[in-house]
Design a protein around this ligand. Structure first.
Ligand code: SF4
Ligand code: SF4
Length: 222
């Protein structure tokens, strides 16, 4: 799940300066769970913008706004309201903003209402934890499912730094040192021998952007 937070409202107003007819997009997936782009937040944004003299030509909340084909479907269904807009404001992650911008094309501006922060585990409803940085060269097989690249603020791949105190991380003493947690888990699994190997530098060639994947079996079913 992608974690987002709303931008400062004055920043949003700055984006929309001189543009009076606004169409809003939310997202009923990650942004809904973060309470940044679901029905409640889209309606609240519409209310605030109306108070600033903007006209809301319409709004949509796709099930997943990062799904470009789905966004295009909303463009077909809401054609008139979308044509009447002179700008779009998207309450979704950056991938959602891109999907809307691609659907709009070159003619009109599309603005983000949110900042996209990180990929998260949902530890319980409304609680999110960053457990993976999408590095493209996963080492979880050697670290007991705990990511040193993400849970260690220094991204150390070969054990703890000298700053660990009583099992806590020197960067944030509220957090356990990632390497202590890794050690405990590997010990419980009888796999401590793994730690005797020196982890090689990560292969960052897999993280050269922009990355694309085509799932061939899905293409065949189309
Ligand atoms: S090693 Fe890379 S892919 Fe694996 S969890 Fe960490 S950041 Fe994600
Ligand atoms: S104390 Fe542990 S988690 Fe914190 S920076 Fe050092 S090695 Fe990383």
């Amino acid at each position: 799940m992608i974690i987002t937070k709303q931008k400062d409202f004055f920043k949003i107003l700055e984006y929309l300066k001189g543009r009076n007819n606004i169409y809003l997009f939310g997202c009923d997936s990650c942004a809904e769970q973060c309470e940044t782009g679901g029905d409640k937040e889209v309606k609240a944004m519409a209310y605030l913008l109306k108070n600033e003299g903007k006209k809301i030509t319409g709004f949509s909340i796709p099930a997943e706004t990062c799904y470009s084909m789905l966004v295009k479907k909303y463009f077909r269904e809401d054609k008139d309201m979308i044509e009447n807009a002179d700008a779009f404001l998207v309450l979704a992650c950056g991938a959602g903003v891109k999907a809307v911008a691609d659907a709009v094309g070159d003619g009109k501006p599309v603005f983000p209402a949110l900042d996209s922060l990180y990929l998260a585990n949902v530890t319980r409803y409304g609680h999110f934890f960053e457990g993976c940085s999408l590095c493209g060269d996963c080492v979880l097989g050697e670290t007991g499912g705990i990511c040193p690249h993400t849970q260690c603020p220094k991204g150390l791949l070969n054990g703890p730094c000298g700053g660990m105190v009583n099992g806590k991380c020197e960067v944030n003493m509220e957090n356990d040192c990632a390497w202590i947690v890794i050690y405990r888990r590997l010990k419980a699994q009888g796999r401590l021998g793994i730690l005797k190997r020196i982890a090689p530098p990560k292969d960052y060639s897999n993280s050269v952007k922009p990355r694309t994947v085509v799932v061939e079996s899905r293409m065949k079913n189309k």
